[in-house]
Design a protein around this ligand. Structure first.
Ligand code: PLP
Length: 300
């Protein structure tokens, strides 16, 4: 499903390095590291009824990603929170909002790869838009498997949530060409890692399984799902999972901040058939909706 332009976002204000700018004026320099090399880290956050879901977990991941990339002048979590709260207040946003939070290595003194050319500190962007969850969580999605492998730590550690997204984008192009909603990415050994934009779970005989977070993003929604499964007494396991296990699962769902929990109804032309009559995805989705207020950090 292609996201559409929402005219409500025509006049939004965007925070760029301490200044709130109109949509048309919100820009970074052509010397910025994100232009020069995709050299930036990011988070996607959702605003629900006056709060931001798992704000601290997202800011921790942003900080850890920036540290791994040896950024200098990383804004503190309080500074980033203030930038987010100011942006939401300026736009009158308290619900139904998605925030794309980006921290670039900043502007370089001349074009080039070397981080020593960055002498002005990092650049923080808070882009908040009116946006509902992007997938249709009732009818679900169909996916194909991409030939593009997801990064493992030996190439580019997926524990770094970076803007160098080309491997995921190539997978998404393959999904588009096949008329599918998203693409499964395998790891370098051929096990399932995740979709190009969300984490994956399968249910078989009443048990929940998910791939190790070695070659996929250690998703914050993924972690919430695992915690919810514990609360609901659903047995769960992290392990290597093959495509055959996904084709033959009773239920498969994807999860992420931008789409919450989304069932998959088809993978590579195979229908997902529930032979155990379970409804664990639905139970988890209902519980997810219930715990949102508890996990939201209130807006001022
Ligand atoms: C590749 C990928 N997988 C999974 C996710 C879901 O992560 P989260 O639940 O933290 O939003 C994202 C979100 O950015 C992602 O880019």
């Amino acid at each position: 499903m292609l996201q559409q332009y929402n005219p409500k976002n025509a006049d939004i204000l965007v925070h760029v390095n301490g200044v709130l700018l109109s949509r048309k004026d919100a820009k970074v320099s052509v010397f910025d590291s994100v232009v020069q090399g995709g050299d930036a880290v990011w988070e996607g956050l959702r605003v629900y009824e006056g709060g931001i879901l798992c704000l601290d977990r997202h800011l921790n991941r942003l900080h850890e990603s920036a540290k791994a990339l040896a950024f200098s002048h990383i804004p503190s979590k309080d500074e980033i929170k203030k930038a987010i709260f100011d942006t939401l207040a300026a736009n009158g946003m308290r619900d139904e909002t998605h925030i794309r939070l980006t921290l670039t290595r900043g502007e370089k003194i001349t074009s080039g790869m070397d981080p020593r050319l960055n002498q002005k500190g990092s650049c923080l962007i808070v882009l908040a838009e009116w946006k509902p969850p992007v997938y249709d969580n009732q009818s679900g999605i169909k996916v194909i498997t991409s030939s593009q492998r997801r990064n493992s730590p030996q190439f580019l550690d997926s524990k770094i949530h970076h803007n160098n997204l080309l491997n995921n984008i190539i997978a998404k192009i393959q999904a588009n060409a096949a008329g599918a909603d998203a693409a499964i990415m395998l790891d370098e050994r051929g096990f399932v890692s995740e979709l190009n934009d969300t984490n994956l779970f399968l249910i078989k005989d009443g048990q929940m399984f998910t791939p190790y977070a070695d070659n996929c993003l250690h998703g914050i929604t993924r972690q919430l799902v695992i915690e919810l499964a514990g609360d609901l007494g659903i047995p769960w396991t992290e392990r290597n999972l093959s495509l055959t296990e996904f084709y033959n699962a009773d239920e498969v769902f994807a999860c992420g901040t931008m789409g919450e929990l989304t069932p998959l109804y088809e993978i590579d032309g195979r229908r997902i058939e529930n032979n155990s009559d379970t409804n664990i995805t639905e139970k988890l989705r209902n519980s997810f909706q219930k715990i949102i207020p508890k996990y939201c950090e209130k807006l001022p």
